[in-house]
Design a protein. Structure first.
Length: 497
């Protein structure tokens, strides 16, 4: 009986030790977010816990300040915590483990596996495929974070425009209702009030859409960063930058076709199947023989399926990777030679699709820059309308008599300002997509370039002829296009021969 009690006590103690170790390991395994780069996120010295607490003094709860992250901060957090990157790293580790196992086989293994030396070469290329996949995931993570970051800024800008317009409309509606009640103006009646209410309701709809858009964008940014949806933080930027960027078509295509992981993986798959022909020729007197696909970790990422709707996109070719081939040595070599020819066709198709995507990305940049020119004219005019409305509010008589005209001009001004924000956002999206398409070969510096001061005519209006084409922007002393850096600091990419 005493021995049984001692045994139970020993088991319980051992169990508590295991739970304690596991709990400590869980705490140590939790990733830490890097500190924000701004001074606003530093904790105040008053939040420090005193050594002695007076029980008679009631202390207020300590509220942690909301950290503020810049775009580089968000990207760094994503590169450290994004689950998709952790999965890609795990796949790479698995491929490296398989390669090390195969490399550890001694020369005597060739007596039982004549193709062992070729399998070792294939395993090395399989690791290179996994490295290219990790690089591709890194590029996608950076794109997702950058896109959602600027989406928040865009949605906030639209919400601010709508909020200021709604505030102005409410003031005019109140004044119009008072004027109708006391009969202060013949030009203002119940129909005028109803018209103003219609304008107000339409703008309020846009305000709700923008505010919900901010929350959606924050949720998407948290997911892209790999943090919990309850993680509370804010972003540093409050204004969409006016980015002026100039790139050449040939430069975009060259970066895309030399850095994209899809092309690298397709080229490595071609090399692997060329080696497979030799591997099948090294094995005799076997009616069925395995291929590299049975024992190696080869992951080739296929391109998206084609589309025949408004957004035309041709379909990609997929790889065929049987785990075994049957027949005599000559028959097996003939089949693997045919599959090798198919992988070369897949490589050529992949290069063509990536080149098409690079061409479309370049045209998107050019389209966004050209659209920005006329939009800026309307934006300048909208700012002038806002100033005129402020002057009209000083003159009470004019404010009441011309209330409908003033409100209409302010609604048009809000639409122009909103359109300008949309044009800036589309340009930012095109630049962000260009970085993804070129796999970090071209990276935009999202520095804000202010609107240039333009001469005006005798009437005080801007002449559209004085506007410069963004493509005419000068280059800096380095010879590179303005606001462009080459390339982003990511792990090197192995270009297969």
């Amino acid at each position: 009986m005493l021995a049984r009690d001692c045994q139970r006590l020993t088991v319980r103690c051992f169990g508590w030790m295991v739970l304690t170790i596991l709990g400590a390991g869980t705490v140590l395994a939790q990733p830490e977010l890097p500190p924000p780069s701004t001074d606003e996120t530093k904790k105040s010295a008053s939040n420090a816990i005193p050594n002695q607490i007076d029980p008679g003094v009631t202390t207020a709860p300590v509220v942690s300040p909301c950290p503020i992250y810049t775009l580089p901060d968000c990207i760094q957090i994503a590169l450290n915590t994004q689950p998709s990157l952790n999965a890609a790293r795990a796949s790479l580790a698995s491929s490296q483990s398989s390669m090390n196992t195969l490399m550890g086989q001694r020369h005597i293994a060739s007596l039982f596996a004549p193709d062992i030396d070729i399998r070792k070469q294939q395993s090395i290329k399989g690791v290179a495929v996994a490295e290219a996949e990790l690089f591709a995931v890194q590029v996608e993570v950076i794109y997702n974070v950058t896109r959602n970051y600027w989406t928040i800024v865009y949605a906030r800008s639209q919400a601010d425009v709508a909020a200021s317009t709604v505030k102005m409309l409410k003031e005019f509606v109140t004044k119009a209702q008072e004027a109708v009640k006391i009969g202060a103006s013949r030009r203002v009646n119940a129909s005028t009030v109803n018209t103003l209410l219609v304008y107000q309701s339409k703008v309020q709809e846009k305000q709700v859409e923008a505010e919900i858009g901010v929350r959606r964008a924050f949720s998407a940014l948290r997911e892209a960063m790999g943090v919990d949806q309850n993680c509370n933080f804010d972003i540093a930027d409050r204004k969409l930058p006016r980015v002026v960027m100039s790139v050449s078509r040939d430069q975009v295509i060259a970066f895309a076709t030399s850095r994209r992981a899809e092309i690298i993986q397709a080229a490595l798959a071609s090399n692997i199947w060329d080696l497979e022909v030799q591997a099948q020729g090294a094995v005799r007197f076997r009616p069925a023989n395995r291929t590299f696909a049975m024992g190696a970790d080869i992951h080739v990422k296929s391109l998206p399926q084609g589309s025949r709707d408004a957004n035309y996109r041709p379909e990609a070719l997929g790889l065929e990777m049987p785990t075994a081939v049957v027949g005599s040595k000559e028959q097996r070599m003939e089949k693997t030679l045919a599959l090798s020819a198919r992988t070369h066709a897949v490589y050529a198709k992949t290069v063509g699709l990536i080149s098409l995507e690079a061409e479309n990305s370049y045209l998107s940049i050019e389209e966004a820059l050209l659209k920005l020119v006329p939009v800026e004219v309307g934006y300048r005019a909208a700012l002038q309308l806002r100033k005129d409305a402020e002057k009209a509010q000083v003159d009470e008589a004019r404010r009441i008599d011309d209330v409908q005209d003033i409100v209409l001009s302010q609604v048009l001004a809000a639409q122009s300002i909103s359109g300008y924000n949309d044009a800036l956002f589309q340009l930012i999206l095109a630049i962000t997509s260009l970085e993804r398409v070129t796999a970090g070969g071209i990276v935009a510096n999202f520095a804000d370039v202010p609107l240039p001061e333009l001469p005006s005519n005798d009437k005080g209006n801007v002449d559209p002829k004085d506007l410069k084409d963004p493509k005419d922007e000068k280059k800096d002393d380095s010879g590179l296009p303005k606001l462009m850096t080459l390339p982003r600091n990511l792990p090197p990419v192995m270009i297969p021969r």
